[in-house]
Design a protein around this ligand. Structure first.
Ligand code: 3H9
Length: 709
C-alpha cells in the first residue's frame, strides 16, 4: 500500500484514507493506492463494506493540476486516466461509502460519484470546477453527474464550474445523507445500515437523464448563457456537449466523447493560460524577501479618510470582512452623502440577493461616520482615500501621524502618486504603505499593495494577508508613477487615442479589443472611469513627457469640451438615460478636424493592428516594469491585469499572452511600430534580451528586491 493511501479496519468495515496534503489531490501514487485498497477490500472476507475519505482538511480537491503541464509538454503520457479506477470502485461487490468533508472538487467529485453511496459533513462543498482551468471533467464527471443530479443541474455545475454546498448536493441526490458530528463514525454506521441492500452503480442509473424534448431547451439555454457570461471560452461549451452526450449515448460511449473533448481543451492555449492563472494567484502571495514567519499586525479596526466613491467602497470592504470602520470626512454634507451611497449600495445588494438584510444591518453597524480625527488613536490601520493631489495627501498623512497610535498602519489609496513622498510627511515612514483599491472597491478583486522604500516587512506581510481576509487578490508592487496597473494602462490608452487620431473609428477600436476578450474597449473604459482623471494627471505630469515625442490630444480636447465621460453624459460617446453608449457625430467631425489640423494622415486600420498596438503597448511597458523590479514576477503583472483591468483570463494576462505569441514575434512587431511610430515604441531592453535568448517572461526572475526600485 502506498504512503498516500491507508487501509484500516473498524471490525467489518474497511476505511480507505487518502493522505496527500494539502488537498489530497489525485497525484501520482494516489489512484494506484486506492486501487490496491479496493482490491484488498474485495478479497478480504472479513470486510463487508468500505468507507473512503480524505485525511486532514478535505476530501479530494481534484486531479493534481501540476500534472497537466507535464502531459501537454509531453513529459508524461496521459494514459487511461482515472476511468478504470472509478469503474473498479463501482464494480466492487461490497458497498463503498464516500465520506466527504471540505471539498470534493473535479476528480474528487468524480471519485465520490463512483462510490455506491455518498455522505457528507454539513459544511462540505462539491463541484466540477474544471472549466475554471479551461478544461472539462475528464473522469466521467459529465456522464455520472447528470445521472445523480439531473441534466439541468449537471449542465450548470459542469459549464459554470461553481461549487454547491452539501445541503444543495443532498437535495439534488449527489449526497445521500448529511452527517452531523463525527463524519467517520457516521459513515461507518451508514455503511453497516446499507449492508444487504442494493448497491447502486451510478453509471447504470438512467432515470434522471430526461428525454430529448425535455433536454433541448436546457442545453440551448446553457449554451446561450455560456456565450454571454464566459465569452470566448471554449471549455464551457465543450462541457455542455459532453453532458449532452450523456443523455444521448450509452455510458461508455459518452465517456469516449468526454475524453476527446477533455483532450482538446487540455491541449488548448486557453487551459495553459488558466492553469498559469491558478498557480499565479497563489504565487503572488509569496514575496521572496518576506518570510512566512514575518509577524502580522492584528487589524480589527480601521479608519478611512474621505467619504467619496473610493472611501465609501473601501469602508464597505472592511465592514464586509467584519472589521470596525471609522469613516471620516471633514465636510458634513459629503459625509452624509457618503453614508447614503453606502446604504444604497447595500440595499441594492439585498435586492439582488447577494446579501441578507441581517448581514447588511450588521455591516452598517460597523461603519461609524466621523468628522474629525478624535478616535484615530484607537484604530489599527488608517486608509487615506482623499482627492488625488500630493499636497492634500501630505496634509492628511501629517494628521494621521499625529492622531494614530504607534504601530498603526498608515495606508494611502493613491493610484499614481509616490508613496515615499507621502511617507515623508510622517515621522514613521516604515508604517506607510499603498493600498490601491480599484473602483468599485467593494466589487473589484484587485488590491495593489505598494511598497515604499521604508515600508516595514511586518506592514507589508500584514497587508498581503489582510487582502485575503478582505476577499481581494493582493499583489505587491514597487513605487513608481502609476505603479504596475496604471503605468501600463497609460501606453494602452495612449495607443487607442493615436489609432482614432490616425483614422480608426471609435467603435472599431473598442470592438477590436472587445473581440480580443477585454471586458470593455479602451475608449468606453475611459468614459466609465472619467476622462478628466487622466486629463488632470497629464496636466500635472506634463513636465515629465519626453520633449519631441508624439502625445495624444483627443481626450484632452474632449475634456476641454466638458465631455468627461459617463458622469457628464458624454465623452467619447453620448449616453442616454440608461447609460447606453451612442456614437456622437459631433465627436466624429471634431476628430477629423483635429487630426487635419495636426497634419495626421488618415488611413484604414485593421482590427489586427488595433489589437497589436494596444496590447503590445501593455506588454512593452510590462517588460520595463519587470526589469525595474516594480513587479516581483511576470505573473504578478498578469494577475493585476486579470483582476483589475478586464483582461481575458483565457489569455492568461498580457505577459503570458506575449509568451504564447512568442517573444521573438512580439519584439519584431514592436520594432516595426518603433520604426513607424517613433521613440515611444522603443522595445524594452528585457524584451529584446529574452527574445534573443529564446526565453519567456515566465522564465524571468529578477534578482534585485523591490526596495531597490
Ligand atoms: C480535475 O480534477 C480534472 C478531473 O476531471 C480529472 C481529469 C482526469 N492540484 O487554494 P489553496 C495547492 S482538475 C495541485 O491555497 P485554499 C495550491 O496550489 C482539478 N495543487 O487553499 C496550494 O499550493 P501552495 C479540479 C493544488 O484552502 C495548496 O494546494 N479541482 C490543487 O484556499 C493550497 O491551496 C480544482 O480546480 C490541485 N487540484 O483552497 C480545485 N488544489 O500552498 C482547485 C490546490 O504551494 N483548488 N492545490 O501555494 C481549489 O479550488 C482550492 O485550492 C481549494 C482549497 C478550494 C481546494
Amino acid at each position: 500500500m502506498s504512503d498516500l493511501v491507508q487501509l484500516t479496519k473498524d471490525q467489518d468495515v474497511a476505511i480507505i484514507t487518502i493522505n496527500n496534503p494539502p488537498v489530497n489531490a489525485l497525484g501520482p501514487g494516489v489512484p494506484e493506492g486506492i486501487s490496491q485498497a479496493v482490491k484488498e477490500v474485495t478479497q478480504d472476507e472479513s470486510v463487508k463494506a468500505a468507507v473512503l475519505m480524505g485525511a486532514g482538511r478535505t476530501f479530494v480537491a481534484g486531479a493534481d493540476i501540476k500534472e497537466f503541464g507535464k502531459i501537454t509538454s509531453g513529459k508524461t503520457a496521459r494514459g487511461a486516466g482515472l476511468l478504470p479506477l472509478l469503474r473498479q470502485i463501482e464494480d466492487c461487490p461490497k458497498p463503498v461509502v464516500m465520506a466527504i468533508h471540505g471539498t470534493a472538487f473535479g476528480g474528487g467529485l468524480e471519485l465520490a460519484m463512483s462510490g455506491h453511496h455518498r455522505v457528507g459533513a454539513p459544511d462540505a462543498q462539491v463541484g466540477q470546477p474544471e472549466v475554471k482551468l479551461g478544461i472539462i471533467p475528464g473522469a466521467g464527471g459529465t456522464q455520472r453527474l447528470p445521472r445523480l443530479a439531473g441534466v439541468a443541474k449537471a449542465v450548470e455545475m459542469c459549464a459554470q464550474g461553481n461549487p454547491i454546498p452539501a445541503r444543495e448536493a443532498l437535495d439534488y441526490g449527489i449526497l445521500d445523507r448529511l452527517i452531523e458530528g463525527d463524519l467517520l463514525t457516521g459513515a461507518i454506521a451508514f455503511a453497516r445500515a446499507v449492508l444487504g441492500k442494493p448497491a447502486p452503480k451510478t453509471r447504470e442509473r438512467n432515470q434522471k437523464l430526461g428525454t430529448p424534448e425535455q433536454n433541448a431547451p436546457i442545453f440551448a439555454a446553457a449554451r446561450e448563457l455560456a456565450r454571454q457570461k464566459q465569452r470566448g471560452m471554449i471549455a464551457p461549451l465543450a462541457a455542455i456537449d459532453a453532458v449532452e452526450a450523456a443523455t444521448r449515448l450509452p455510458f461508455d460511449e459518452g465517456c469516449e466523447v468526454e475524453r476527446k473533448l477533455f483532450n482538446d481543451c487540455l491541449f488548448s492555449d486557453q487551459s495553459k493560460a488558466f492553469i498559469h492563472v491558478f498557480f499565479g494567484e497563489r504565487e503572488v502571495a509569496k514575496i521572496p524577501d518576506i518570510p512566512k514567519e514575518t509577524p502580522i499586525i492584528p487589524v480589527n479596526s480601521v479608519a478611512v479618510v474621505g467619504a467619496g466613491t473610493m472611501g465609501g467602497g473601501i469602508a464597505m470592504v472592511f465592514a464586509n470582512a467584519g472589521i470596525r470602520v471609522l469613516l471620516k470626512d471633514a465636510d458634513p454634507p459629503a459625509l452624509d452623502r457618503g453614508m447614503e451611497v453606502i446604504r444604497k449600495n447595500y440595499s441594492s445588494s439585498v435586492r439582488r440577493g447577494r446579501f441578507t438584510q441581517q448581514f447588511v444591518d450588521e455591516r452598517l453597524q460597523l461603519i461609524k461616520p466621523v468628522l474629525g480625527y478624535d478616535d484615530f488613536d484607537k484604530v489599527d490601520m488608517a486608509v487615506e482615500a482623499v482627492f488625488e493631489g500630493m499636497q492634500l495627501k501630505k496634509e492628511v498623512f501629517g494628521q494621521l501621524d499625529r492622531g494614530c497610535r504607534p504601530g498603526a498602519i498608515l495606508a494611502s489609496n493613491t493610484s499614481t502618486l509616490s508613496i515615499d513622498e507621502i511617507a515623508s510627511a510622517t515621522a514613521r515612514p516604515e508604517a506607510v504603505i499603498g493600498t490601491h483599491f480599484f473602483s468599485p472597491a467593494n466589487v473589484m478583486r484587485l488590491l495593489e499593495i505598494v511598497r515604499g522604500k521604508a515600508s516595514s516587512k511586518a506592514v507589508i506581510a500584514t497587508c498581503m494577508q489582510l487582502s485575503k481576509k478582505l476577499g481581494k487578490v493582493g499583489v505587491l508592487v514597487g513605487n513608481c508613477r502609476g505603479f504596475v496597473g496604471n503605468r501600463m494602462f497609460g501606453p494602452y490608452r495612449r495607443e487607442a487615442q493615436f489609432l482614432v487620431e490616425e483614422g480608426a473609428s471609435i467603435e472599431a477600436v473598442d470592438q477590436a479589443l472587445y473581440d480580443f476578450g477585454m471586458a470593455m474597449g479602451p475608449l468606453a473604459t475611459g468614459d466609465l472611469a472619467g476622462l478628466d482623471v487622466g486629463w488632470r494627471i497629464r496636466k500635472e505630469f506634463r513636465h515629465l513627457e519626453k520633449p519631441g515625442t508624439r502625445q495624444p490630444f483627443a481626450e484632452d480636447r474632449l475634456c476641454e469640451m466638458g465631455r468627461y465621460g459617463q458622469k457628464t453624459g458624454a465623452g467619447w460617446y453620448k449616453y442616454d438615460e440608461n447609460r447606453r453608449a451612442i456614437l456622437d457625430p459631433e465627436v466624429v467631425d471634431s476628430l477629423r478636424k483635429w487630426s487635419a489640423e495636426a497634419g495626421i494622415p488618415q488611413r484604414k486600420i485593421s482590427p489586427e493592428e488595433i489589437v497589436d498596438r494596444c496590447i503590445l503597448a501593455l506588454v512593452n511597458e510590462g517588460a520595463r516594469i519587470l526589469e525595474e523590479g516594480i513587479a516581483v514576477r511576470a505573473v504578478d503583472i498578469d494577475i493585476i491585469y486579470l483582476n483589475g483591468y478586464g483582461f481575458p483570463a483565457y489569455r492568461g494576462g498580457p505577459m503570458w499572452y506575449a509568451d504564447t505569441v512568442g517573444l521573438n514575434k512580439v519584439r519584431d512587431r514592436i520594432s516595426e511600430f518603433h520604426r513607424q511610430q517613433g521613440e515611444l515604441w522603443e522595445p524594452a531592453p528585457l524584451l529584446k534580451r529574452l527574445a534573443q535568448e529564446g526565453k519567456t517572461f515566465a522564465e524571468y526572475h529578477q534578482s534585485q528586491d523591490l526596495t531597490a526600485a
